[in-house]
Write a protein that binds this ligand. Structure first.
Ligand SMILES: Cc1cc2nc3c(=O)[nH]c(=O)nc-3n(C[C@H](O)[C@H](O)[C@H](O)COP(=O)(O)O)c2cc1C
Length: 206
C-alpha cells in the first residue's frame, strides 16, 4: 500500500520518477487503486478522443504500460493510424496526476496475448465473445450479451472463442509528467525516455 508523498520528501528527481513508477505498478496490480483506471487519448485528425480503460500491466524496468481491448473497437483504428497513445491517471489520496505518452504497439494472437488472456477471468471473457462489434448501433437498450453469456452459461473452454478478438496494447513510454497537489504548494516534474531509458528529467513550474 503506497502512502502519499510528503512535500519534505520531494528533494530529487530520481525519487519522484521512482515514486511515479511505483504508483503505476500499484495501479496495475491493485484493483482498489485509483490508478487501476486510466484515461487514454487517441487522435483522429484534429480531434482527441478519450475513454476510460483498466491499467492491466506495468513493466517499470522497460517503461511500458498495457491495456486490454477488443480488436474490433474504434480506438484501434486511431492507434494503428498514428501509432501513438496518451494516458492519464490520477489518485486524489496520493495527490498525484501522472500523464504519459509514447509509441503504441498492438499485440494480437501472440505470446503476450496468450499470457495476458490467461490472467483474464471467466466473467470478463464474455465481452470478447459477442457477435456484434463494440460501437454497433442497436435498436433497443441492451448489454449486447446473449442469454448464455448473460447467465455465464459457457465453459472456460468455450470462452477461448473470445481470444480471436482480444488484443493487448503496449505503450512504450517516451514522455511522463507528474503533477502533485498540496496545500503547501503544488509541484511538477517532467521525464523523457529514449528506448525505455531515462534521457531527461526536470522540475517544471506547476
Ligand atoms: C471503468 C471502465 C473501465 C473500462 N475499461 C476498458 C478497458 O480496459 N478496455 C476497453 O477497451 N474499454 C474499456 N472501457 C470502455 C471504454 O471506456 C470505451 O467506452 C470503449 O472501449 C469504446 O471505446 P472506443 O470506441 O474509443 O474504442 C471501460 C469503461 C469504464 C467506464
Amino acid at each position: 500500500m503506497l502512502v502519499p508523498i510528503e512535500p519534505e520528501e520531494i528533494i530529487d528527481l530520481p525519487f519522484v520518477e521512482n515514486q511515479c513508477w511505483r504508483m503505476l505498478v500499484e495501479g496495475a496490480t491493485n484493483r482498489k487503486s485509483a490508478m487501476h483506471q486510466a484515461v487514454i487519448s487517441t487522435a483522429k485528425g484534429n480531434l482527441a478522443f478519450m475513454r476510460t480503460v483498466v491499467l492491466r500491466r506495468v513493466d517499470a524496468d522497460t517503461r511500458k504500460i498495457y491495456l486490454h481491448t477488443d480488436i474490433r473497437s474504434k480506438k484501434i483504428e486511431d492507434i494503428e493510424r498514428n501509432g501513438h497513445l496518451s494516458w492519464l491517471v490520477y489518485d486524489q489520496v496520493l495527490r498525484s496526476q501522472i500523464r504519459l505518452s509514447g509509441k503504441a504497439i498492438v499485440h494480437h494472437l501472440d505470446d503476450l496475448c496468450v499470457e495476458q488472456w490467461s490472467k483474464t477471468g471467466h466473467h470478463s471473457r464474455r465481452y470478447y465473445m459477442t457477435d456484434l462489434p463494440p460501437t454497433t448501433e442497436i435498436e433497443q437498450p441492451s448489454t449486447g450479451l446473449n442469454q448464455s453469456l448473460t447467465a455465464f452459461d459457457y465453459t472456460l473452454q468455450e470462452s477461448e472463442a473470445g481470444f480471436q478478438h482480444f488484443i493487448v496494447v503496449e505503450t512504450c513510454i517516451e514522455w511522463m509528467e507528474w503533477y502533485y497537489t498540496h496545500s503547501k504548494g503544488n509541484r511538477r516534474a517532467g521525464f523523457t525516455y529514449a528506448n525505455g531509458i531515462l534521457s531527461r528529467a526536470t522540475w517544471l513550474m506547476p
